[in-house]
Design a binder for this molecule. Structure first.
Ligand SMILES: [Fe+2]
Ligand SMILES: [Fe+2]
Length: 310
């Protein structure tokens, strides 16, 4: 270990950096889970008809909204595209939930199961099992195939999911959880959106609030003991993780499903300033928080800029 490796990094104090006792927080989150947990197999009316005139998600969150191509599309194409994009976003959600479940289980592996901390982590894994099933069901109900990241990305992420721990694991989780949270808060309130998407979004938002609290506090606790070298490493990996989460949200096949030319649609999305603004706003809280933890910076900022996260 080098000398720099052993030096601890001064992290600026902020309101986010003050966290309560780990077990107290977990006990409160467990009490919240006892009050508000949902079984989507029961709570969602999966047999309800799917109205033909409602969007799959809030159109303003669509990667083509505001482009000249969007203006040229028929209303039917817009509805089809938003259904597929919602399923693609949820598919990215499933991908990251599967990663998170494995990281959580590794994190608590040797801890005392009689503690609220371990019991809450297990409860969160149970939530994520239900969420991934719910997202998959929702796509099935709309007759949409399972959208997943490209094979090489799925494989490359095996290293992250098998090794990431501490503030890296929880910080990475925040990118996925908070951008989905920002989108789904709009979907659940939007009368133009399919009832199934609205219910699924509401369940997810309510249960994810606990996960976000848990991940933020763990990030703060764990970042404090990191050396300068480890901070630099985590900034790099976190930036890369955020880049792949955000750029995997929209699978290019969604454009073909809406009868569009895939290359033309990809170009329109790549130049869509409105969409980039939505992504930046969706990631704003995460970036502010991780920056206060000292976890944003270094070469990975290039990737964050390229993905319009900053
Ligand atoms: Fe979830
Ligand atoms: Fe979660």
């Amino acid at each position: 270990m080098s000398i720099t490796d052993r030096e601890s990094v001064e992290v600026p104090p902020s309101r986010h950096m003050r966290v309560g006792d780990r077990q107290d927080t977990a006990a409160r989150l467990l009490a919240s889970a006892a009050r508000k947990s949902y079984d989507p197999l029961v709570e969602v009316d999966w047999a309800a008809p799917v109205p033909s005139d409602l969007y799959g998600m809030t159109p303003e969150w669509c990667s083509l909204y505001g482009t000249e191509l969007w203006e040229r599309m028929t209303q039917e194409q817009r509805i089809t595209l938003t259904k597929h994009e919602a399923a693609s976003v949820a598919g990215t959600g499933i991908w990251f939930e599967m990663i998170l479940m494995q990281m959580l289980l590794r994190d608590i592996y040797s801890h005392d199961p009689a503690t609220p901390h371990v019991q809450f982590a297990l409860n969160e894994i149970a939530d994520e099992c239900r969420h991934s099933t719910m997202f998959a069901r929702s796509a099935q109900r709309f007759g949409i195939p399972s959208y997943r990241p490209k094979r090489w990305i799925l494989n490359a992420a095996r290293l992250f999911k098998s090794t990431a721990s501490g503030s890296l694991a929880y910080g990475g989780t925040l990118f996925a959880e908070e951008i989905l949270d920002m989108m789904q808060r709009d979907f659940m309130k939007d009368a133009r959106v399919q009832p199934i998407t609205r219910t699924v979004s509401k369940i997810h938002v309510l249960e994810e609030a606990r996960h976000i609290k848990f991940a933020r506090e763990e990030t703060v606790r764990r970042v404090k003991s990191l050396s300068r070298a480890k901070i630099a490493y985590q900034r790099l990996v976190l930036g890369t993780t955020a880049y792949f989460i955000v750029t995997c949200l929209v699978n290019e096949q969604v454009y073909a499903a809406a009868g569009l030319d895939v290359e033309e649609a990809k170009l329109a999305a790549r130049n869509n300033v409105h969409y980039h603004d939505m992504i930046r706003e969706g990631c704003r809280k995460t970036i502010e928080f991780l920056d206060e933890c000292g976890l944003v910076g270094g070469p990975s900022k290039v990737l964050l800029r390229r993905a319009h996260v900053i």
